[in-house]
Design a protein around this ligand. Structure first.
Ligand SMILES: C[S@@+](CC[C@H](N)C(=O)[O-])C[C@H]1O[C@@H](n2cnc3c(N)ncnc32)[C@H](O)[C@@H]1O
Length: 372
């Protein structure tokens, strides 16, 4: 029997070691994810999160014995989620680490050509190893490679001494020029000397020390909910499965750009060396109100086809007018028979944006809870 307190309060169990896996902007506080799943569903129920982020909702569902299904468009969030639901065997991940490291010297010349930012951020050994990982890890296809890659993503940047990089924020990568100037100003132009194999092995030892998490039938799809859900709806409608809890937090209109914030992690996954403004739909800041409205309308409309008539809809969103009003309107259109309650972030210690340093009163989350 799982003891939720053990997961939330410490690192004594495998489930607690993996629960917080992956720094991600606007992530659910862990206790909130577990509380909502516990309060609004029961064991054996089906839960869906179409904007899963680092998948705390899906992980809480799986650990608590619910069938849980997520969708996430950002590869960084998807990797954290898919790996924490089912990490690969530690010995296989370690072998792969050594294999990737053994190919680092193929990149002796490549590092010479890298922009100054990378040379100040990482020592040569780390940079060569990262280039080898970037080239050789098939993180979309192999769970061993996905696990190793996600460990590298977690520690790719962070406080000096805690990650592989020179001083940086952990949750959000700062811009190229900003970082270089900052390091110069603070006399941190030399990156820390780190042996990447020793570093990663220590991290693997800690993460796997208590074993593997036990997670019930859970999966997160990598893709765009507007199209993935069509497929899921078709499949599910052939069965008598209906979902009991829709638990999600959509992107907030014109607030966060998950691609810009994660540009360095996206580089490691094969993205551009110098970050570019991402113009693909659903991968930027959601500046177009029309596109934003259509996204929520399509996704919640498709979810409605999956839900049981007595389901609960739990949506945490931004309290600012456009995002909040659109979300509420769309949910009420797609769930016309549900009663709506608006609450001011229950089960909370700090909001998601406060955790990342935002103390302004203007922003903040609000919860829409719909029940029958
Ligand atoms: C507010 S965050 C969710 C954070 C999540 N609750 C957590 O605890 O990590 C919204 C997420 O929706 C994702 N997203 C945006 N558009 C999407 C789409 N069309 N399909 C799937 N995911 C999408 C973003 O990449 C982002 O990770």
């Amino acid at each position: 029997m799982i003891n939720v307190e053990d997961i939330l309060k410490g690192f004594k169990t495998p489930e607690s070691r993996w629960a917080r896996f992956g720094p991600y902007y606007a992530m659910f506080p862990l206790d909130f994810a577990f509380e909502v799943v516990k309060q609004y569903s029961k064991e054996g129920d089906y839960i869906i999160d179409p904007f899963a982020g680092r998948c705390s909702s899906i992980y809480a569902g799986g650990v608590l014995g619910r069938h849980s299904l997520g969708i996430e468009i950002n590869p960084v969030g998807w990797l954290y989620g898919t790996v924490k639901l089912q990490p690969a065997d530690k010995a296989e991940v370690t072998d792969r680490l050594l294999e990737v490291y053994s190919k680092r010297n193929d990149f002796n010349l490549a590092i010479e050509r890298m922009p100054l930012f990378y040379r100040m951020c990482y020592c040569d050994e780390v940079l060569k190893f990262l280039l080898s990982a970037r080239q050789h890890l098939s993180w979309k296809r192999s769970s061993i490679d996905a696990t190793l890659m996600s460990i590298l993503l977690v520690y790719l940047h962070g406080k000096l001494g805690e990650g592989l990089s020179n001083q940086m924020k952990m949750t959000k990568a700062m811009g190229i020029n900003y970082s270089v100037n900052w390091w110069k100003k603070h006399k941190l132009t030399k990156p820390p000397e780190i042996n990447p194999v020793d570093f990663v092995i220590k991290k693997l030892d800690w993460r796997y020390e208590k074993g593997m998490p036990t997670v019930f039938d859970s999966k997160v799809f990598f893709g765009d909910s507007t199209t993935e859900l069509d497929r899921i709806v078709q499949k599910v409608q052939e069965t008598d499965i209906r979902f009991s809890l829709l638990f999600t937090s959509p992107p907030y209109c014109s607030v966060t750009d998950y691609y810009a914030d994660q540009w360095l992690r996206l580089w490691l996954l094969g993205g551009p060396e110098i970050p570019k403004y991402n113009q693909e739909k659903h991968k930027g800041r959601f500046v177009s109100k029309k596109d934003y409205y259509n996204l929520l309308d399509t996704v919640f409309g498709n979810c409605a086809a999956l839900m049981d008539e007595n389901s609960t809809i739990y949506v945490r969103t931004d309290r600012r007018e456009f995002t909040f009003n659109s979300t509420l309107e769309i949910l009420q259109i797609h769930f016309p028979k549900h009663k709506t309650e608006i609450t001011d972030r229950p089960f909370r210690t700090r909001t998601q944006t406060e955790i990342h340093g935002n103390t302004s009163n203007e922003t903040g989350e609000i919860d829409i809870i719909m029940t029958r």
